[in-house]
Design a binder for this molecule. Sequence first.
Ligand SMILES: [Zn+2]
Ligand SMILES: [Zn+2]
Ligand SMILES: [Zn+2]
Length: 352
Amino acid sequence: MPSKHSPAVLLGASADAATPSIKDLQASAVCQNDLHKQKLAAASVSDGSTLANAPESEMSLSGSCFCGACELQVSGPLKFSMICHCSICQRLSGAPYGHWIGCANEQVVVTKGELVGFKSSSHMTRYSCKTCSAPIYNQCHLEGNEFRDVPTSFFTGSGMAIPPPEAHCFYSSCVRPVYNAVMDGLPKFSDMPGQSDMVQESGLETMAKAPESEVDLSGSCLCGACELQVSGPLKFSMICHCSICQRLQGAPYGHWIGCANEQVVVTKGELVGFKSSSHMTRYSCKACSAPIYNQCHLEGNEFRDVPTNFFTGSRMAIPPPEAHCFYSSRVRPVRDGLPKFSDMPGGSMVEE
Ligand SMILES: [Zn+2]
Ligand SMILES: [Zn+2]
Ligand SMILES: [Zn+2]
């Protein structure tokens, strides 16, 4: 895998004693951060978001994966709380970016459940629930700098205070312009934290483009074991903030395109299915656990949907989203000018 975007390198750097610590990062970013906080306050964030708050230094979280088979405890001081836009996070979660908290190995403890590991780079192994494929934690193997990181969405719905992020990394890989609206006032590193240029927030860009009606996409999962083709007219192109997407993707939200069954074809690879609700089965790569597609079983309304981040790096034209659904479950607000449904599309709307 391209080492430039290796989360192992990234996360290793953020916790490496020889590189800036979280406190160093905060100190170096404090002026800009304060300025952004003022701007955010001036913009009067309507949903009471606390995105610009400093992360908690001590915490104690426990939770279970979506299916309940795995349980995890995280306690003690944080090494970091970071949003990562790298292509590996995108492709393995099937989501635009992930929010990770990192701790020393012994502070991240799996108390129950069976995991499957996938080595996503030379320094990182990513562990998922064997049953529901939800990401549980990553193990960094960098010598002298071992640590574990956990997707904060693991704790979605737990009612616990999840430490807010302190910065964005690999922001140059941010999916644009669709997700350009990460307007949270936090420091944004183009690559590794503290070792790369900062990227300026480029201002509000309205996502006004209509979704493509026809697509012709093909790609492989991160490990390459599974290949998929999507062609024909789209039923929808939608960002979903529902808690199931959050917990199974380990990300704040996912962007899905939906087609008739026969238009979404797996041409190679072995999948594992997990029934995430009475009407939906979610299929993941057996080797790397990346989400491949969902099968909706609603009678008279069968369809398949595919996470657009499956195609990250393919340089294909990914259809932009047309709306947000289940926005009332959001953990991170998005300001992109698109319609936002509190629940199902067509229902009540939420103001940005
Ligand atoms: Zn599970
Ligand atoms: Zn969803
Ligand atoms: Zn795979």
